[in-house]
Write a protein that binds this ligand. Structure first.
Ligand SMILES: O=C([O-])CC(=O)C(=O)O
Ligand SMILES: [Mg+2]
Length: 612
């Protein structure tokens, strides 16, 4: 009784949770082939004996640290980033702990390989580089068995089996997955329709939930909805592995997505659905449709909007102004551009007390046809909120007189923006004239060229820095090296305002609170938590956001703010004290760490690891 009591206590403490043994009946080769339990050369002498590992691996016992040294050396020997990416994927397949330990330890170096920008290459070359499938492939022609396919993933998912009397109070043990990351591949990064290769964006985003926020990798399902593709290059490739059919749209598409969402709701009740890289016509529409139905989140709308808002709050801390004082030009009025505008607009209402109309009037949004005007018959969704009165622009100068549409430079000249956001995938659109014109009118121009991957960025931060004599406050969507301040010669570190800085924490907070939704309030709480750890708060020349390499620390703060807000809104489903320390400890207990836990043999276990 006493022992059991101690064990229960132990599990509930974040400092000792990793000492709890995991039980399994797997032995020998079967154990080495289970990436969740495999320790390779790190199996102890005792474990080698008990689990009949002796004979399957060389004699010497190595620590996780030593294994990391070897794996890192192998990583370094890969001649290109895409091959490094492939190396990491196979490491993940062999030894889950070693993979996440290596990535977490060298996040700064690994992120651009595992994630943006290299993940763009991995997605577009998926069928050529394919080795073995990771994730869940739901294809339109096999929709009749979608539920069984999902159930089969649930059955195959690893479940920790703990000694009797122990339970992980953080997790819903009856639910196979806490987070489902799903893409339909129509709008991958800025590179568009990528068919079945989109699975790699789902698996990369999932890996960041783990490395960036300590979500248990075995409780995330990565999914691609393969409804065909309109990408001609993929059709031309004889090795293409997806459904070779033009992209399905309209009712058949909606029906397929609906079937998916209803299956998730039924099979994994309460799990968070993370939408990634859906196309322009579907992203906002699906989010709106399913927000009231189950916890869901669109990373490109809400995640990108949230991180951009955090960077904006940090920038106005430097310029000592308010959100409501900004004049914001958004170049690229698609999923991300409208997501950012909405997030900043809502914060102007919430924080500065503007009316919705007043807040809308602070934005000038530009898409392929120029400045969005009310008379434009092609306006969609949120674009209606920001379209300007035709009257306002009647007397504006146009750079190209014969062209009726107002272009970026025309708008910058007329509006004199304090802030310029790029989500256009229009490489180098913020040219020297645009930037210099903007910088004539503001002391510290706020410039966010957010398009991904790197090759599509609207302006190289080094150029923006130079053309503004080092006055620009810059944040980008992809990683960039520091820029030299042309006046002081000091390095200016460019904030990477990638949604990866915030979505892991938002997701962690949502599942840790067992919340029935991810509300606007929860997202704003996460944004404020992120903005509150901005290095620029202390030093106006420091980056606007913390380094993405420190995301794990950030995620804990973001998640804690989200949990607290969920409790305040009454949508949380947990029974803990609403005090900061209790919330942090609650989250930490549930976080998964990349360390080897002791193994214990369990003879009667039927499939080797099921907790059922
Ligand atoms: O994946 C990234 O780096 C950010 C993102 O969501 C996108 O660009 O679609
Ligand atoms: Mg995305």
């Amino acid at each position: 009784m006493h022992r059991r009591f101690i064990q229960q206590k132990r599990f509930q403490s974040s400092s000792t949770k990793n000492l709890i043994p995991i039980r399994t009946s797997l032995k020998g080769a079967a154990l080495l082939q289970q990436p969740v339990l495999n320790k390779g050369s790190a199996f102890s002498r005792e474990e080698r004996e008990v689990f009949q590992v002796d004979g399957h691996i060389p004699y010497d016992v190595h620590s996780l640290e030593k294994q990391m040294v070897r794996a890192y050396a192998q990583f370094k020997r890969q001649p290109s980033n895409i091959l490094k990416h492939a190396f990491l994927a196979s490491l993940r397949d062999q030894n889950q702990v070693l993979f996440y330990a290596l990535v977490s330890n060298r996040l700064k170096e690994m992120l651009p390989v595992l994630y943006t920008p290299t993940v763009g290459e991995a997605v577009s070359q998926y069928s050529d580089l394919f080795r073995r499938p990771i994730g869940c492939f739901l294809s339109l022609p096999t929709a009749h068995s979608m539920k069984e396919q999902l159930q089969s993933h649930a059955n195959a998912a690893f479940r920790y089996k703990y000694p009797p009397g122990m339970k992980n109070h953080f997790l819903d043990q009856d639910r196979p997955f806490d987070i489902v990351v799903v893409t339909d591949s129509e709008g991958i990064l800025g590179i568009g329709d990528q068919g079945v290769g989109g699975i790699s964006i789902s698996t990369s985003k999932a890996a960041l939930y783990v490395a960036g926020a300590g979500v248990d990798p075995n409780r995330i399902l990565s999914v691609v909805l393969d409804v065909g593709t309109d990408n001609h290059a993929l059709f031309a490739n004889p090795l293409y592995m997806g459904y070779k059919h033009v992209r399905t749209r309209g009712v058949a598409y909606d029906h397929f997505v609906h079937q998916f969402m209803m299956n998730i709701k039924e099979l994994f009740p309460g799990a968070l659905v993370h939408f990634e890289d859906f196309g322009l016509n579907n992203a906002a529409r699906l989010l709106e449709t399913y927000k009231p139905v189950l916890p869901c989140f669109n990373d490109d709308i809400e995640g990108t909007g949230a991180v951009a808002l955090a960077a904006t709050m940090s920038a106005i801390g430097v310029t000592k102004s308010n959100l409501a004082d900004q004049r914001i030009v958004v170049f690229g009025a698609g999923t991300a551009g409208m997501g950012i505008a909405n997030q900043i607009r809502d914060a102007m209402v919430e924080i500065d007390g503007l009316t919705l109309e007043e807040a809308n009037s602070k934005f000038w949004c530009i898409d392929k046809d120029g400045l969005l005007l009310k008379s434009n018959p092609k306006l969609q969704g949120s674009q209606h909120d920001y379209a300007r009165d035709d009257e306002e622009v009647r007397d504006w100068n146009r750079e190209i007189q014969e062209q009726p549409n107002l272009r970026l430079l025309d708008v910058v000249k007329a509006v004199k923006p304090t802030m310029l956001v790029g989500c256009s995938t229009n490489a180098r659109a913020f040219n020297e004239e645009v930037i210099r014109t903007m910088a004539e009118h503001v002391e510290r121009p706020i410039i966010f060229p957010m398009s991904n991957p790197t090759s599509l960025v609207e302006v190289d931060p080094a150029d923006a820095n130079e053309w503004t004599d080092g006055r620009a406050l810059i944040a980008t969507g992809s990683p960039f090296p520091p820029a030299k301040n042309p006046i002081t010669g000091k390095d200016y570190f460019i904030a990477e305002a990638n949604n990866a800085l915030i979505y892991p924490g938002l997701g962690l907070g949502t599942i840790a609170s067992r919340s029935s939704k991810m509300s606007k309030g929860m997202i704003l709480a996460g944004v404020r938590a992120l903005a509150s750890v901005s290095p620029a708060l202390e030093d106006p020349d420091a980056p606007l956001l913390p380094d993405l390499a420190g995301v794990r620390k950030v995620s804990l703060q973001v998640a804690a703010a989200v949990v607290k807000q969920a409790m305040e809104e009454g949508v949380a489903n947990i029974n803990i004290k609403k005090d900061d320390d209790a919330i942090i400890e609650h989250i930490k207990v549930g976080m998964w760490d990349p360390v080897y836990r002791p193994l214990e043999y369990e003879p009667e276990d039927s499939n080797g690891y099921s907790s059922k």
